[in-house]
Design a binder for this molecule. Structure first.
Ligand code: PEP
Length: 250
């Protein structure tokens, strides 16, 4: 049985003050949604604050990106070992905003995935097609290619512990979510790709849905057999909304 994971990607939002309030709100309601695992992904500069404020709470945290390099002359980058200093359990890799706005290729994303895993940080690998690609009927080809880059580098075994987030690019921040059936179809496809290599790993991998998930659509999405949680952007910036999504998964 896969425990659902509801993860909040805060992107480049917040301040020390607003993050303190948001974390307090999530902490206050976490016990009520204990059946679901919760994780938050603040901007990296707030990791110290997050670690301090979530101490003793059953809520995980991580960052939205990491460097594929271990250390050295890489101005502006953050190494996985630095995330370990703040006890990050997870890190998001290959978010579509990183792929499209910062030119991250499948190969680079795979190397970031490997860098995290090597240190024992669980990567959340984001995959997903653009609207154009969906309309051209190449959703599976795109998602399959993004997944294969990691499978080729790391093998299938790593997915017993890693997480995949299917995030159709056209649904991110647009208010337009995939229908539960559209999402389920791609999630089933992802699981089938893993199962072709190792059925037992495929049964353990959590595949999250991301793209305009909110309290009003989370119940239906999270009731689909291959949807094991959500990667939530906008709605994770409000503790009540975030917890309501988690509640829908309980
Ligand atoms: C995301 O950025 O990962 C995301 C899913 O955003 P939103 O929920 O705002 O669509």
């Amino acid at each position: 049985m896969r425990r659902k994971l509801v993860a909040g990607n805060w992107k480049m939002n917040g301040s020390a003050d607003s993050i303190r309030k948001l974390l307090q709100g999530i902490r206050d309601g976490a016990a009520e949604v204990a059946a679901v695992e919760l994780a938050v992904f603040p901007p990296a500069v707030y990791l110290g604050l997050v670690e301090q404020q979530l101490s003793g709470a059953a809520i995980a945290w991580g960052t939205q990106n990491l460097s594929e390099q271990a250390s050295g002359a890489y101005t502006g980058e953050i190494a996985g070992s630095m995330l370990l200093d703040f006890h990050c359990a997870y890190v998001i890799v290959g978010h579509s905003e990183r792929r499209t706005l910062y030119g991250e290729t499948d190969d680079l994303v795979a190397r970031k995935f490997a860098a995290a895993r090597k240190l024992g940080i669980k990567p959340i690998l984001c995959v997903g097609e653009t609207l154009d690609e969906r309309e051209q009927g190449v959703t599976e080809a795109v998602v399959g290619r993004q997944l294969k880059a990691v499978l080729d580098l790391e093998g299938v075994g790593v997915f017993s512990d890693a997480v995949i987030a299917y995030e159709p690019v056209w649904a991110i921040g647009t208010g337009r979510n995939a229908t539960p059936q559209q999402a389920q179809d791609v999630h089933a496809f992802i699981r089938a790709q893993l199962a072709a290599l190792d059925p037992s790993v495929a049964g353990q991998t959590r595949v999250l849905y991301g793209g305009s998930m909110k309290a009003s659509n989370a119940g239906e999405l999270l009731s689909m057999p291959d949807i094991d949680g959500g990667l939530v952007g906008g709605a994770s910036l409000d503790a009540k909304d975030f917890l309501a999504i988690a509640k829908a998964g309980c």
